[in-house]
Design a protein around this ligand. Structure first.
Ligand code: NAP
Ligand code: F7E
Length: 320
């Protein structure tokens, strides 16, 4: 009998890659989608006829219980969230309801309907925030710097708590930034690669950015969803840092992206204070030794190849 996996956040970047991976592994895939006035299934368009979509919302626990009762999944991957850090400063309550309390609603729905379901929680390196050690591991103390980071930390600890209180097979992946051509346009990598493509094609002349000094550990989303699946397959649930172990500044990202299109970034990038944050996470770099050792996980795609892949994809998409 095929295993059945339920993905919350299937329309997002990671949800779409995870759905593809699970289909390759022979799973039946059920994706939860929330009501919207327009359909936003671009990322899953190519697999839509091979997965089941069902309505539900992290803000509504009854909807989650109904989905679990109807579809009886063996595994639940909670990738749904208000995931943009900048928005979390302007909408802290919504971010808390979705990104924090949403986790409790899913965990509680699992406890009520079928505590045998295996659970994956999408935790984040943003929980390290003002970092207390370099590089960051599973035992580095947390110090979130945004309402998003605080909300993710709550979700992370609820996952640990439901594991310890009710024996749920609940794992938390502390994933560092991961990107792809499917990344949302507001995140800095995609904003830069899409901006570069527009400038190259004569559709724009400048790109407005915030803090070029921030440093991030950027990996490729398709590599990272493999780690999620591996966590859920372990006999014992646990927490894992997933990262590349390298850090690069936003300025380096900009240089690589403009170079990929044969452009000089200094002629086009404009610093705009509107993109500065009330509190910044200056430096993230993760140590994934535990994931390498226990899960056998490795990433395939390097930083420069990732940025070049994204520039090429944006050029192609805009030329059509
Ligand atoms: P994303 O592209 O922003 O996708 C978020 C998903 O959550 C979308 O499918 C969205 O649905 C859904 N969603 C939002 N609010 C919801 C609600 N109230 N009910 C149900 N679904 C809701 O995020 P991502 O980059 O794929 O990231 C996946 C997860 O990993 C997120 O939890 C994120 O916070 C976390 N994370 C991401 C990174 C990263 O670097 N990408 C790193 C660490 C952790 P709509 O399409 O309807 O908006
Ligand atoms: O910012 C700086 C910005 O928005 C990265 C989410 O997936 O990863 C992501 O959060 C850095 C920050 O991602 C602009 O100040 C400069 O220092 O791409 P970002 P993020 O905040 O790191 C974590 C792991 C998650 O969990 C989150 O869900 O880039 N930056 N100028 C800019 N950032 C943006 N967005 N736009 C700019 O113009």
């Amino acid at each position: 009998m095929a295993k059945r996996a339920l993905i919350l956040g299937v329309t997002g970047q990671d949800g779409s890659y995870l759905a593809e991976l699970l289909l390759e592994q022979g799973y039946e895939v059920v994706g939860v989608v929330r009501r919207s006035s327009t359909v936003n299934f671009e990322r899953i368009a190519e697999i839509q006829d091979r997965i089941t979509l069902t309505p539900g919302d992290l803000l509504d626990e009854g909807s989650l219980i109904n989905v679990l009762r109807e579809h009886k999944p063996h595994e639940v991957y909670n990738l749904a969230a208000q995931s943009f850090v900048q928005t979390s400063f302007s909408q802290p309550v919504l971010t808390g309801e979705t990104t924090a309390m949403g986790v409790t609603r899913v965990l509680d729905a699992i406890r009520i309907t079928d505590p045998e379901i295996r659970y994956y929680q999408a935790s984040s390196s943003e929980m390290f925030g003002k970092v207390q050690a370099v590089p960051q591991t599973e035992s580095t103390p947390f110090y979130p710097r945004s309402p998003y980071g605080v909300a993710k930390l709550y979700g992370h600890w609820m996952t640990v708590n439901y594991r310890e209180s009710y024996g749920l097979h609940a794992s938390s992946g502390i994933l560092f930034n991961h990107e792809s051509p499917r990344r949302g346009l507001e995140f800095v990598t995609r904003k830069v690669t899409h901006g570069v493509a527009k400038i190259k094609l004569g559709l724009a002349s400048e790109l407005r950015l915030g803090n070029l000094d921030a440093q991030r550990d950027w990996g490729y989303a398709a590599d990272y969803v493999r780690a999620m699946w591996l966590m859920v397959q372990q006999d014992t649930p646990d927490d894992f840092v997933i990262s590349t172990g390298e850090t690069h500044s936003v300025k380096e990202l900009v240089e690589v992206a403009f170079d990929a299109a044969g452009l000089n970034w200094e002629k086009h990038v404009v610093i705009d204070p509107a993109f500065l944050r009330p509190a910044e996470v200056d430096l993230l770099v993760g140590d994934s030794s535990k994931a390498h050792r226990v899960l056998g996980w490795q990433r395939d795609v390097q930083f420069a190849s990732l940025v070049q892949m994204m520039v090429a994809a944006d050029l192609k998409a805009l030329q059509i």
